[in-house]
Structures are given as structure tokens and as C-alpha cells.
Design a protein around this ligand. Structure first.
Ligand code: ADP
Ligand code: MG
Ligand code: ZN
Length: 469
């Protein structure tokens, strides 16, 4: 019997509004601990929340990008629980009447679009950040003390809940990359997993292939990269198959994935007892976005990443197109191709060399990059890499780079290098036999011949490629 994974994701996206959800404290990263707080976000008695209009509009915008319906009324509720990161003793969150429902994201695949249902997207406030000090895991167990930074408390957070439509760990990863890029392009969040502005919980079950039942699921938390999520899901799928095949039964539990050891640890059951006693927040009126607002936001939607993948896929194939679009690289690619460079070569140079060199994508002039892409077969690898590293510098032009000393002499250098190799067959043979230290000898000979004018790095590169060829 074969098994089919069934996966649903709950994704939290921290919105990058200037201020918090219900007060005017600045939202965002980096300020000194507990410097961005006020009576509202510290939950002091008598303080009243006021909604952040922009956060509500951005939630609707995201919902529209995910093909959701926007109900005429959304309601904030109180989700009650007791923990130091929540000074009010409750979190304000949309519950049974969220801002966005019934959407889907189309995930391009080789077999056509996979429709991943979006059950809902709702707006809530983030909890404060708890830091556990001492112990070894950074978790509360074994820690000496725990500290709370209330700066994050009250930051607007959108939770997106998918239907259990995802069928593999790899599909979960690709879905998340596409969703992340969508959010980033809408300009509503930086959605960086390392910074915690994008957080993902994965719900996982398995079933016999071909069946449509939904078996008991578990939830995996605390995975802070796309690869960890994929590995965590894979590990849990394997574990569950093992449980069923050995005649056991999967229990509904929550796991932490320890990426360093590839291990899943169940949380204590008491940590998940969730009776939140939701009730409507009495200090806030329902949110009633006007139809005009919804239609204006819809008209402002940019062309979405999934659509662009489909558009450029014909030139590049699905995998390359996906890498470019989900990496935010396709606009540069398009410019480079428009400037005359080969589509596939441009895609490879951008996804590998340009990204590898850490170049700021927005600073690259596509026409200059196009010239480098065209020149790359003619110039030594070292000169090409050097040029790519500089392609984002202000004032960089490929023509002046290619004309300068690093490269200009290659045409002249090549015959000199050939002559020196020809004159020293013994050393060439020794080098090829493993005496790579002889490279210095050859470089020295070329430098002598050129009276020290050649660029040593370029010379070495040229020698290396000739000697290995
Ligand atoms: P809850 O209300 O307990 O949070 P939901 O029904 O809202 O549960 O589901 C939460 C998440 O779990 C969703 O992403 C959903 O797709 C996923 N999910 C629900 N049932 C299953 C299942 N049997 N297998 C895998 N994922 C599931
Ligand atoms: Mg849930
Ligand atoms: Zn505040």
C-alpha cells in the first residue's frame, strides 16, 4: 500500500505598517527592548484600542490577491489565554467572521495549476516576544530566566489558513515561496522567516493513496526556513506511515521540529489545551469595508507572481521561471532579455552569478547586465565574476569594464600564454600530473613577458583553464 501526505498550512505574516494594530506605537524591528509600548499595547486598565485602517486595507488587499471573498462585515474577538507575552490576558483576533474567506492560490506545476484552497485570512495582533535565557535550546525548558520584549506586542499580523490541499513537503515549500513573494510584492510585509515576520505551522496527516478520507492530523511548529519546513513535514509523514503500518493510531499532537537533529518532539499535552473562550471584542465596532474600497483595492492589484511564472515559463521552462519569479528576479531578467541577451543564459547568470555575488538586484542596469551576459564566453571566468560583482555599482558600465586592463589584454595575453605553455612542455606535463604549485611559475613567466602589466588574477585564471583543458 502507498500513502499520500495531506498537508494544510497556517501562515502568519507580520504587516509592515508604520504603527501597531490598535495603538500608535511604532511597529517594527530593531528598537531597544520595551521602548515601543504604551498603555494600550501593555494592556493597562482603561486603555482602549483604535483600529489601524491601513492594516485592514492590506488584509483585504492580500485576500483579493488570494482570490478570496471579502464579507461585508468582519468582527474582532477576544481570544483568552494567560501567558506573559499577552499582558491583556487576551489577544484581539478575528475569529468566526474574518476579513477574507474562500480563496485559492494557483501553484504552477508541470502538470498544470494546482489549486490550493485558502480557507480564510484574518487579522489579529501579535503577542510580545519572549526570550528564554540559559539552557541550551532557547526554549523555556531548562532556561534560567525568561524575558519579555513588548515592542512586538500589538503588531498587526495576518493569519492565512490553507485547505488540506497540499500533497507533498516539496509542494508545501513551493506554495510558501510563491505566497511569500506575493506578499512581498503587495508591499505589505517583508515576510522574512529569519526575522519572524513570516511564521508557518504545518498540519500533516497521511492516508492510503486514492482515498479521500481525512485522518487525524498533527501540527508542527517552530520551523524557521522553507527547507526546515520541507524536512519537518517529510519526517512527520514518515513517522505517521510507520505508526499506521505497525497497527498503531496517529494521535492529534503538536510537535516541534529540531532541524539540527532532524527530530520531532511532542509538546506536553497541557500546552495545547485550547479553550480560548472567544467572544466579540466589546471595545471595537465590526469592520465593514465598503464595496467601493474593495473594488478600488482590487483594481490596484499588480500582476501576481503565479501569473508571471506562467507568462515566462514558455521561454525558460517551469523550474527556471519559478526560481526567477519567487526570487524577485524576473523583472531584471525581462529587462536583460529586452536589452538583447539570450533568455536562458540571462536566467542562469542572474539566478547563479548575480545572486551568488550578493548584488542588490534593484541597482542593476539591465542593459549593462545584458552586455556582460553576451561577453561571458569571451572573457575569463575571473574577469566575468569580477564584473558581475560590480554590476550593481553606481555608474558601472559594461563597455568601460570590458575595455579596462582586467579584460582588454586577454586577446593579447592569450598568445603569450600559449607560447609560454608551448615552450615549457615538461612543466605542463608535471602540472597536469598534479604539481599544481607550478602555476606560480607560469604566472611569473607571463608577468616577465608582459613587463608586469598583466593582471595576475586574470593570468592565473587563463592559465588554469588552458592547463586543465
Ligand atoms: P482548527 O480549527 O482546529 O485550527 P482547522 O480545521 O481550521 O482546525 O484546520 C487548521 C489547519 O489544519 C488547516 O490548514 C487545515 O487545512 C489543516 N487540516 C485540517 N485537517 C487536516 C488533516 N486531516 N490533515 C492535514 N491537514 C489538515
Ligand atoms: Mg488553527
Ligand atoms: Zn502601544
Amino acid at each position: 500500500m502507498t500513502w499520500e501526505p495531506v498537508i494544510g498550512l497556517e501562515i502568519h505574516v507580520q504587516l509592515k505598517t508604520r504603527t501597531k494594530m490598535f495603538c500608535r506605537c511604532p511597529a517594527g524591528f530593531g528598537a531597544g527592548e520595551n521602548t515601543q509600548t504604551c498603555p494600550v499595547c501593555l494592556g493597562l486598565p482603561g486603555a482602549l484600542p483604535v483600529m489601524n485602517r491601513r492594516a485592514i486595507e492590506w488584509t483585504v488587499l492580500l485576500g483579493l490577491a488570494l482570490g478570496c471573498e471579502i464579507p461585508g462585515q468582519a468582527v474582532f474577538s477576544r481570544k483568552n489565554y494567560f501567558y506573559p507575552d499577552l499582558p491583556k490576558g487576551y489577544q484581539i483576533s478575528q475569529y468566526d467572521m474574518p476579513s477574507c474567506i474562500n480563496g485559492s492560490l494557483l501553484l504552477p506545476t508541470a502538470e498544470g495549476d494546482r489549486v490550493i484552497g485558502i480557507v480564510r485570512a484574518h487579522l489579529e495582533e501579535d503577542a510580545a516576544k519572549t526570550v528564554h535565557i540559559g539552557g541550551h535550546s532557547g526554549r523555556i525548558g531548562g532556561a534560567d530566566i525568561s524575558l519579555v520584549d513588548y515592542n512586538r506586542g500589538g503588531t498587526p499580523l495576518v493569519e492565512i489558513v490553507t485547505a488540506p490541499d497540499i500533497r507533498s513537503a516539496d509542494e508545501a515549500k513551493r506554495f510558501l515561496q510563491l505566497l511569500r513573494q506575493t506578499v512581498v510584492e503587495l508591499g505589505i510585509s517583508d515576510a522574512e522567516m529569519e526575522k519572524g515576520t513570516l511564521r508557518v505551522d504545518a498540519n500533516v496527516s497521511v492516508r492510503p493513496s486514492g482515498s479521500v478520507e481525512l485522518r487525524t492530523r498533527t501540527e508542527i511548529k517552530n520551523m524557521n526556513s522553507f527547507n526546515f519546513i520541507a524536512r519537518g513535514v517529510d519526517a512527520e509523514v514518515e513517522r505517521q506511515i510507520g505508526v499506521w503500518e505497525s497497527g498503531g493510531e496517529v494521535r492529534q499532537e503538536t510537535y516541534d521540529f529540531d532541524a539540527a537533529h532532524g527530530k520531532l518532539t511532542a509538546r506536553r499535552a497541557k500546552e495545547e489545551a485550547d479553550d480560548y473562550r472567544y467572544f466579540p471584542e466589546p471595545d471595537l465596532v465590526p469592520v465593514e469595508p465598503s464595496r467601493e474600497l474593495v473594488e478600488r483595492l482590487r483594481s490596484e492589484l499588480p500582476e501576481l507572481p503565479a501569473t508571471r511564472i506562467r507568462r515566462i515559463e514558455t521561454a525558460l521552462g517551469l523550474d527556471r521561471a519559478t526560481v526567477l519569479v519567487t526570487g524577485g528576479l524576473d523583472r531584471l531578467w525581462e529587462g536583460t532579455v529586452t536589452a538583447g541577451a539570450d533568455p536562458v543564459a540571462s536566467a542562469n547568470v542572474i539566478a547563479n552569478a548575480v545572486v551568488g555575488a550578493g548584488v542588490e538586484i534593484g541597482a542593476v542596469e539591465p542593459a549593462e547586465l545584458a552586455r556582460l551576459v553576451e561577453a561571458r564566453e569571451r572573457i575569463p571566468r575571473a574577469a566575468f565574476d569580477d564584473a558581475i560583482a560590480k554590476v550593481g555599482d553606481s555608474g558601472f558600465t559594461a563597455d568601460s569594464y570590458l575595455a579596462q586592463e582586467t579584460v582588454s589584454n586577454i586577446a593579447e595575453l592569450e598568445p603569450i600564454v600559449d607560447a609560454i605553455l608551448g615552450a615549457n612542455p615538461g612543466q605542463v606535463q608535471a602540472y597536469r600530473g598534479g604539481k599544481e604549485g607550478l602555476l606560480g611559475f607560469f604566472v611569473g613567466e607571463v608577468m616577465k613577458e608582459t613587463q608586469g602589466k598583466a593582471n595576475a588574477r586574470v593570468v592565473s585564471e587563463l592559465l588554469r583553464s588552458k592547463l586543465s583543458g
